[in-house]
Write a protein that binds this ligand. Structure first.
Ligand code: GDP
Length: 515
């Protein structure tokens, strides 16, 4: 609660309210019993208050025995439930070898096949229907990006890599990189030797080059299929597609078309016309309208399913890429998509995941702060011994001054300390700590740090009506000008006792006249 924070920081509760106003930009109202849930706000309070504290995440009592409410994939399907499914293919290879041209050519093939005849939209993937009745799904982004994004969460959605090698150029750096990536992910390669329309190209040379790097094609006595094509002239693309279906058969790619839908988000965006939309590649089950889905931090009650051609479709079986509309919260590319039983269940999963994210963030926040603080404390200790050698200062206000202070609020001096190094800042803070006459005039360090005076310091100074003490650091002219406009006093010093004397004088000036 706000009161707890004030107690722990040994600050007046009004001070904490002030900091809260500053730190929490949501505009919520706090009372002393308000629980501060946002760890960022707590962190800001600690920081702005100039306290040397570490914020440690406490194992949360209420979370301790809570059962896992997350959505989970179903166990592997029974053998007899599995049905063949089309392969999901990713096109990779060296720059300029023709990946984009090949995808364009294949996409055109897909359009010819559809009765809509329209332009296929880029939805992250598209399907090509073969005369033989089979299908191949291509991921629409050429290169590494699509491949790696499909690898997220250990669930690799690419079944086959089509490695495009230009016959006139041969095996190049990114060709090798693609081979490496496919191997690491244990995804088989099918080679498309491109640009065979070019005069004088040497396919043999490409095959030899590949064999040297362990990709031994059938033509060279190996097992990797290689198909010579011309993406530009649309030549031999049928053979490439047939080779892909053959490869898929060899791999016995199968999935259960019934049961809980599972998929992966390929692309997510807000369309100016249709709103939140995400392309989902179905991996198992059959996605239908009315399904409730969760994916990462997003969830949907599926309203509309659309193909790449923009046609509304009723269902999307395994390996089918489909645009899903109906997201309440949009997921991110790479998120695992799972069907859940109801909207109520989706809400529960979303709550659980939000809590998990919050916990993770708290943990990483406190780790960072702890690391910073221990570094800080070490320097502080080193500084203390140095300071002892230098001699001590005791901060005491001088005697009462003949000055009328009419304000009925408790007199207070708020200061911000900026210094050139941690050591000097710590030395100054340590002297300020010796001040013990808060009864008469409260001295509050509202912020401190290393480095020159910044606009942020001015912001805090303005909020707290504080004086900025700059020790051995500059106040850039632009900041100085702003400070003047805002009527904020920036005091530059380069001798610690002079700075301390300055603070003393300010305190003294605030002592109310006693009658
Ligand atoms: P990417 O960088 O791998 O996507 O390569 P692009 O598809 O952008 O192709 C690079 C260049 O090669 C472009 O000028 C294409 O027109 C050209 N190109 C692609 N495929 C062929 C082909 O089969 N034959 C010929 N002659 N040129 C091609």
């Amino acid at each position: 609660t706000v009161q707890d924070v004030a107690d722990v920081l040994k600050k007046d509760i009004d001070h904490v309210f002030k900091v809260l106003n500053f730190a929490d930009k949501t505009g919520m109202t706090y009372t002393k019993d308000t629980v501060i849930h946002n760890p960022q706000v707590v962190r800001d309070i600690v920081k702005i208050s100039g306290c040397r504290f570490k914020l440690v995440a406490r194992p949360d009592a209420e979370m301790k025995d809570e059962e896992n409410k997350d959505a989970v994939p179903a166990p592997p399907a029974a053998e007899e439930a599995l049905r063949p499914r089309p392969p999901v293919v990713c096109v990779m290879g060296h720059v300029d070898h023709g990946k984009t041209t090949l995808l364009d050519a294949l996409r055109d093939t897909a359009v010819v096949e559809t009765e809509f005849g329209g332009i296929t939209q880029h939805i992250g993937a598209f399907e090509v229907k073969l005369p033989s009745g089979g299908k191949v799904t291509f991921l629409d982004t050429p290169g590494h990006a699509a491949f790696t994004s499909m690898r997220s969460r250990g669930a690799h959605s690419t079944d086959i890599v089509v490695l495009v090698v230009a016959a006139d150029d041969g095996v190049m750096e990114q060709t090798l990189e693609s081979i490496r990536m496919a191997r690491e992910a244990n995804v088989p390669i099918l080679v498309a030797i491109n640009k065979i329309d070019k005069p004088g190209v040497n396919v043999e040379r490409v095959l030899r080059g590949l064999a040297q790097h362990g990709v031994v094609c059938e033509q060279a006595g190996g097992e990797v299929q290689a198909v010579p094509v011309s993406a530009l002239r649309r030549r031999n693309l049928d053979a490439l597609l047939e080779a892909l279906t053959l490869q898929a058969q060899l791999m016995q790619l199968r999935a259960d078309p019934a049961g809980q839908v599972e998929g992966v988000v390929i692309e997510a965006l807000v369309d100016p016309r249709t709103g939140k939309q995400a392309t989902v590649l179905v991996r198992r089950g059959t996605l239908r309208r009315g399904c409730t889905l969760v994916a990462g931090a997003g969830w949907a009650k599926v309203r509309i399913l659309r193909s790449a051609e923009g046609a509304s479709i009723e269902e999307a079986p395994p390996s089918c890429p489909v645009v899903v509309l109906g997201w309440r919260e949009l997921p991110a590319a790479g998120d695992l998509v799972l069907e859940v039983a109801s909207e109520k269940r989706a809400a529960e999963v979303m709550r659980w995941r939000a809590a998990q994210r919050m916990k993770e963030k708290q943990q990483s926040d406190s780790e960072v702060i702890e690391a910073k603080m221990s570094e800080h404390q070490q320097r502080y200790r080193a500084m203390l011994s140095r300071k002892r050698a230098m001699g001590r200062y005791k901060l005491k206000p001088e005697g009462p001054r003949e000055k009328m202070i009419k304000e009925d609020t408790h007199p207070a001096l708020n200061v911000i300390v900026k210094g050139d190094v941690d050591g000097s800042v710590e030395a100054i803070l340590d002297i300020l700590d010796t001040y013990d006459d808060h009864e008469r005039v409260r001295l509050d360090l509202v912020h401190f740090g290393v480095g020159q005076v910044t606009p942020n310091d001015l912001e805090i100074a303005e909020a707290f009506n504080a004086i900025i003490y700059a020790f051995n650091v500059e106040c850039p002219p632009a900041v100085a000008a702003d400070a003047k406009d805002l009527n904020i006093s920036v005091r530059k010093h380069n001798v610690i006792y002079r700075l301390v004397d300055d603070v003393k004088q300010e305190i003294t000036a605030r002592i109310p006249v006693t009658q």
